[in-house]
Design a protein around this ligand. Sequence first.
Ligand SMILES: [Zn+2]
Length: 496
Amino acid sequence: QRLLPRADMVSKRPWTENGGAADAPECGSCDASEAAPAPSVPSSSGRSLRKRPWEEEGFRCPFLDTINRTLLDFDFEKACSITGNNFNVYACLVCGKYFQGRGTHTQAYTHALQEGHHVFKNLHDGRVYCLPDGYEVVDQSLQDIQSLLFPTYDKETVSTLDTKPVYSRGVDGSDYMPGLIGLNNIKDTDYVNVVVQSLSRVPPLRDFFLLPANYAHVKSNLVKEFGALLRKMWSPHNFKGQVSPHELLQAVAHESDNRYKIGTQTDPMDFLGWLLNALHAGLGGTRKPGSSIIHKAFQGQVQIKTYKAAKADTDADIDVETQMTPFLYLTVDVPPAPLFRDALERNIIPQVPLFACLTKFDGTTFQEMMNGDRRQYVITRLPQYLIIHIKRFSKNTQQYVEKNPTIVNFPVRNLDLAAYTELSDTDKEKNVQTKFHLMSSTQHDGQPESGTYRTYVHFKANDQWYDIQDLHVNGVHPQLISVSESYIQFYDSSTS
Ligand SMILES: [Zn+2]
C-alpha cells in the first residue's frame, strides 16, 4: 500500500506557487526502497519532456533556510530514532533527528511528509537530499555541516597544531580552542574522558589518527572510532564547544565485552592499559618493536633480575634469572600512608617525592615477591613518551578498594630518569634523553569507589596548563599540578 500524503500535511512546494498543482511532479513516484529521483525520460508526451524544477540550471533548494544548525549533533550513534536500525541513516537537518532510508515508505521520507522537514543528510557518505522529491542538494553553504560530520585535515594543518593556537566559535556562541575541548560525561565515563584527553595530545599518536589514510586498511571499529573522536576534538568546525565520546564508548563496550561500559565507573589505568593493547592489536601491531604507532610512542624496556627464594632443604647457590620485559607504562608504588594528626586533630596527608617511588627502578633496591623471590628492576630502554602509573588503589582483605591519599611531588619539567636507567651503548651514542617534561596528569577526587577523575593537560600551542574535568576546561597554574594526588602521568622526552 502506498503512502499517500494528506494535502494538509505537505508544505507548499515552490512550483505550486506559480505553476499550479497540475504541473507538480508526482510526489514519491519511485517504489524502490532506496529511491533515486526518477529520471525524466524523453517521450512523445509533452509533459514528461518537461524538466523538474531541480533539474533546471541554477536551481537552488528552497529549503536550505529551514536548516537549524543549533539542533545538529553528529556525536551520537548513527541509528534511526524510530527503528533503531543503524544502516542507511539520515539526519533531518531541520530538527536534528535520525531516520532510516529516503525512498518511499521509509522513516525519513515519512518524516518529510508529516513534519514538513525537507533536508536530510546521509550520515554514512555525507550526501544531502531534499525529500520527498528525492533530489540531491549540492550547495557550498552546506560545507560547515559536512565538516561537522567529517572533520578532515591535511598534513600541513596537522604540522602546525602545536605551534599555532586556533580560536573557534560554535554556532551556540561558545568559544573554544581546537584540541582543548571538553568531553561529555555520558554516565560515569570520566575514567574514559581522562584517558582520551591524555592520549589525544601525544603528537605522533594524534597526528596519526587525524589522517585516516594512515589506517584506511584497518577493520577495527575501535580504531576508527578513536580516530573519529580525535578528529572532532581537534576540529575548528565544531558547532558546540564540546564533544561527546558516545560512539567510542560503544566501540569500547563491544570490543571489551562490556568490561568497560557506560554507567560503571572504572579505574582509568586499567582502561588505559586495555585501550593501548586493543588499539595496537586493531592496527595490526605484533610483538615486533615499533609495529604500531602505540608501541612506537610508548614502548620501553625494563630489565628484571630475579633472585629465587633459597629452598630450605638445599644449600645450593641462589638462582638468579635476568629477563628483559617490554612495557607501555611504568607502575610505581606509593609508600603506605600513616595518617598523622596535628595538634588540632586534623589529618595531615603525607607527601613524598616521585623520586622516592622511582627507586624501585634503580637496579639495586630489592622488591620482595609474594613467593619469597626478590627482584631488582632497571630501565634499559626509554620510550619517547613515558606513562607513569602511581599506584594508589588497592583491595583490602575484605575486597574493598582503598585509596592511598599521599601527595606525590614531581617536577613539571626536567624529570631526570638517568638514575633509573642503564641504556645500551647504541642509545648512549644516540644521546637518548633521560629528561622528561610532564604533558598531562590525571588525578582522582573523592572516595575510592565513588569519586571522579580529572586531568591536567599542557597545551603546547600556547604553552599553558588546563584543568579538564569532563565538559569543563579551565586554566590552572602548573605549581598546583606538581603537588596533586596524581595517578597517571604522561611525559614527553622531546628536547623542546
Ligand atoms: Zn525533522
